[in-house]
Write a protein that binds this ligand. Sequence first.
Ligand code: XMP
Length: 511
Amino acid sequence: MPQNKVLIIDYGSQVTQLIARRVREAGVYSEILPARATAAEIRGADPGAVILSGSPASVADEGAPTLSPAVLELGVPVLGICYGLQLLAQALGGRLARSADREYGPARLEVTNPSPLFEGLPATARVWMSHGDRVDQPPPGFTVLAATGDIQVAALGDDSRRLYGVQFHPEVHHTEIGAGLLKNFLKLAGLQADWNMASFVERTLASLKDQIGDGQVICALSGGVDSTVVAVLLNKAIGHNLHCIFVDNGLLRQGEVAEVRDNIARHHHLNLTVVDASELFLSRLAGVEDPEKKRKIIGHTFIQVFEEEAAKLGRVDFLAQGTIYPDVIESVSPLGSSVTIKSHHNVGGLPEKMNMALVEPLRELFKDEVRGVAAELGLPEEFIWRQPFPGPGLAIRVIGPVDRAMLETLRRADAIVQEALKTSGWYTKIWQGFAVLLPLKTVGVMGDGRTYENVVAIRAVNSVDAMTADWSRLPYDFLETLSRRIINEVKGVNRVVYDISSKPPSTIEWE
Ligand code: XMP
C-alpha cells in the first residue's frame, strides 16, 4: 500500500509550491522532488499519486527535464499540469506541436467528455493558461476531456490507468474549477483527507519522543512564530529536557522580551533562559555604519552568546530549529540544475561544532500551516499573525551607527506605529509596517521655541512574499495621526515622513 500522500515533481514552474499547498488544503499531505530526482528517490517517496508540474522550458529544448520512467512504474494515478501534461503525452506516444508564441492568461474551458477528473464540475469554466507547446494528438488509450477556443486538447485522460493531464493551471486562483479538479484527482486516487494541523501535532509529538528519547535538546527562541512553535511542540514532547535560550540583543521592539518570557514561556511552562547580552551587542555595534557589517556582527555575536549559554548546560544532544518547508525545497532552474538549499536558518555551523544532531519538526510545513499549528497549540492570536521582523532587528532601522538612545527613540516611535496599525485594522491588511530613525536633524518649531531634532520615516508595504513590494496606500488621516502622535510623544523627533518607494528598485528595509 503506497503512503497517503502526493508526490509533486518540480520541473521549474514558478507555482510548484502552490500545487503542494492546494493539495494540502484539500487535506492530503504532499511533497516536492526536483525533476532530476533519481528513480530510487521517487520509489522511496512511495506516494499514492503523482503530480507533474509546469515549467518555463519547452519539452523540445535541448537539456529540458524529462519524465523519469520510475513515475509510471509506480502504477499510481498521475496528473500532468501544462509541461507535465506534455511530458506524459510524449512518454506514452502522443504528439506535441511546438508554437512560437506563449498562450498566456484566461481561457474558456469546455468539458467535452465525462471523466472522474471533471465529475461534479461545471461544463464550462474560466481557466488560466500559460504554455507554448500543446498536445496535438493524444497517446493511445487517452481521451480528450476538454478543449478551449484555442486548443483542442486542454485536458486528456485514461480512466483505466488513471493517468490525466491538463494544459491549464488548476493550482492558480484564476482557474475557477482548480480546487474542485484537484479534489477529484485526490478522490479518484483513493487518497484520504487526513492532513490537518491537529493530526500533524499528534504525529509530530510521537515522532519527537521517538527521535529524542531522553536526549537533551537546546533551542534558540527568536521571538518569531517558527522558533516559538518548535519550542512549544518540543516542550510538550519532552518537557524538562528542552532548554530554550532567548538572547536579548538590545535590538528588539518594545515589549518583545516580556512577550516571550511572560506571555509564552510562562504560559507554556517552557524551560527558558533569557540572556541579556544587549551590552555586548551594542558595544560591538558602536560606530558601525555599514548595514552588512552590522548584520555580520549581530550574527557572530549571537552565535558566541548562544554557545556560551549552551556550554553551561553540559552535554546537549540536539539543536532544535524552526526550518520550514520553503527553506528545504530546492529551487530548480528550468533546465534541471539545482540551486543550493537556503541555509539561513542554520545557526552558523553550530550543530557540527558542538556535535549536536538537528531537530526540525516544521520541515514539512508552509508558513500558513505553521500558523495553524500555533493556533492548535494555543499560542495567542496576536502573536500568530505577527508581521515579519528581521533578525538584526532595530539595528537596521536606525540608519547609520546605533546607540542605546537612538534605539530607545525608535522603539517608542515604532510602538506607536504598531499600536495604531493594530487598532485601526491595517496591521493585518499590510505585509509589514514600521518606523525607521534617520540620523539627520531638521529644524522645527514647538511652542515658542525652535527645535533641531531627528526625522522618523514610516514604512508600510503590501507584498505576498517580500520579493517584491508596493508601498501601502494608508489613508492620509491615519498617517496624520501617526505623525502627530510620534512628534508629540517621542522626545527627539520633530518630523515624520512616509516612504513611497516600491521594491524594486528600493527594498522593504532601509538598510
Ligand atoms: P528587504 O529589505 O530585503 O526585506 O526588501 C525583505 C524581507 O526580509 C526581511 N529582512 C531580513 N530578515 N535578516 C532577516 O531575518 C535580515 O538581515 C533581513 N533583512 C531584511 C525584511 O524585514 C523583509 O520582510
